[in-house]
Design a protein around this ligand. Structure first.
Ligand code: UD2
Length: 328
């Protein structure tokens, strides 16, 4: 356990969900910036293999804990007295799971998140960045979606979306910290292993194994796909660790461009040289037709623009998935 040497006092971050798809990329980036990181995960949906690149890093400490445990922030400060930033990504991430287990999801995604935020605020930490979601907008018709489109009367379509909205509102009303409402994040380490995995990870997995890509509905539905590296840049900026001071409030994070699922399928088939015809399956229950971020608030506040377009991001993700297969 670290003692009180000068090294231990360097600025540190808490990353909850550090073994997850996004959390593992964020942890790597923060360590790369020379910060220390205390990571928390209980492997509910994260994987130890995602931590392979940093688990042994001298600046990294790991707490295998459920976010419902009350003493997480205090433990993290014990380990790293220089703790100044919290990135709260840990959550139950499946929308369908949230419909089947609403109480559990409200406890983890809402109550535990609010508790962690209140503790960070009471300790006057430098920043708290919450992983919000486009799910906070429910099935809103008007596009693009602006931050003000989610309000007290918005009906989210799942406990997942409701919990994310309630946390974002709590952060906004406190006037401390920020909530980043991410649109559809994709990239290396996204797990294609369940029917509810992100469409990009599923399509690439299907494409590389020569199977038909499964399109739910007619494929005319569209999304705003954000490369994971851009999501990491957004976290770093919101915490004041980039070029602008720490941010406060709620911000959409997307690219501001939309892609249909059919368009995505064609791009993935091309990159993976998949020749199987598409397989059209019934529309997924609760699917929203369109989702597109209005991105100007975050651009104004942080000078943020997504840097990696879909073609480049897909090519990188396919290259990663190919390498995984090669090494499996
Ligand atoms: C995303 C988030 C979810 C929540 C929601 C808010 C992901 C993985 N999920 O759900 O957590 O924030 O946005 O609105 O980012 N599809 C297919 N074939 C497949 C898989 C999916 O056609 O094999 C379609 C699916 O029906 C949907 C679209 O692709 O129309 C995107 O699906 P998704 O599960 O990647 O993400 P989404 O937008 O439902």
């Amino acid at each position: 356990m670290p003692g009180s040497s000068a090294k231990d006092l360097k600025t540190a971050c808490l990353v909850t969900g550090c073994a997850g798809f996004v959390g593992s990329h964020l942890t790597e980036a923060l360590l790369g910036l020379g910060l220390a990181v205390v990571g928390v995960d209980n492997f509910f949906s994260g994987h130890r293999r995602n931590m392979a690149g940093f688990e042994a890093h001298p600046g990294f400490s790991f707490l295998e804990k459920n976010i419902l445990e009350p003493e997480i922030l205090a433990r993290a400060v014990d380990i790293r007295p220089g703790l100044a930033h919290v990135f709260h990504l840990a959550a139950i991430v499946s929308v369908p799971y949230s419909l089947a287990h609403p109480d559990e999801v409200m406890a983890v995604n809402h109550q535990a998140s609010v508790d962690l935020f209140d503790q960070a605020r009471a300790m006057a930490l430098a920043s708290f960045v919450f992983a919000g979601s486009a799910a906070e907008y429910g099935d809103c018709e008007s596009m693009p979606l602006a931050e003000s489109d989610a309000g007290p009367n918005t009906r989210q379509t799942s406990p997942y979306g409701r919990a994310k909205y309630l946390c974002s509102r709590h952060v906004e009303q406190a006037g401390f910290g920020s909530s980043l409402r991410f649109f559809n994040i994709y990239g290396p380490r996204q797990d294609p292993g369940s029917p509810y995995s992100g469409v990009v990870s599923r399509f690439i997995d299907q494409g590389l194994s020569g199977r038909p890509l499964t399109v739910f509905g007619d494929g005319g539905q569209s999304r705003d796909f954000l490369f994971v590296r851009d999501s990491v840049r957004a976290y770093v900026a919101a915490a004041g660790l980039g070029r602008v001071p720490v941010l406060s409030g709620v911000f959409n994070v997307g690219t501001g461009t939309s892609t249909t699922i059919l368009g995505l399928a064609e791009a993935v088939r091309r990159l993976t040289k998949n020749r199987a015809p598409l397989s059209f399956l019934p529309q997924r229950e609760g699917d929203v037709r369109r989702s597109l971020a209005e991105v100007s608030r975050f651009e104004r506040a942080a000078g943020f623009k997504a840097q990696t377009g879909l073609d480049k991001g897909l090519a990188r993700t396919v290259a990663w998935a190919r390498a995984q297969r090669g090494s499996a």
